[in-house]
Design a protein. Structure first.
Length: 159
């Protein structure tokens, strides 16, 4: 590990996010991101039924094709979430050449940022990560934060 990753919260509402891959990991990333942006593009020949539903609702744009560099045009953030390590690593190389922030689901050492576990209560957002080292620990922490925020936020306004 290079060091601890600094937690940063950014406005993604008008930023294009590209998710490369259409499986369960890509689906979870998209489901989390939908609370923060309506500009999500999924590039994959096939996608899960849930992603197909989101495409049908107009929540996500689906490029029914394998990854290509052209998909990076005007993209702010990329999540490589395919089951093909070579494809994910090509995405990382291409993003680095263009100074685009990238996360790859298959190899934490290649990530510019970690995709956090997120808890939301109205406009309140909490994120947690363990630097890619303990998925179980992060899940348990997210559940603990969820319970704590539920208790702390009783009666709190949604503003």
């Amino acid at each position: 590990m290079k060091g601890l990753y600094f937690p940063i919260f950014m406005d993604l509402s008008e930023r294009k996010i590209l998710v490369v891959g259409g499986g369960k990991v890509a689906q979870r990333r998209v489901e989390t991101l939908l609370a923060f942006t309506e500009n999500i593009v999924v590039a994959a020949p096939e996608i899960t039924e849930e992603l197909q539903r989101l495409v049908g609702e107009g929540a996500v744009v689906w490029l029914k094709e394998r990854y290509s560099q052209a998909q990076l045009k005007d993209t702010y953030l990329v999540l490589a979430a395919t089951d093909d390590a070579q494809c994910n690593e090509q995405v990382v190389r291409d993003c680095r050449e263009r100074s685009i922030l990238v996360n790859t689901a298959h190899k934490k050492e290649l990530c510019d940022f970690y995709f956090p576990a997120v808890v939301r209560r109205g406009k309140l957002v909490a994120g947690v990560t363990a630097g890619g080292l303990s998925h179980k620990g992060v899940k348990e922490a997210r559940e603990c934060i969820d319970r704590a925020l539920t208790e702390l936020c009783k009666g709190m306004s949604e503003e």
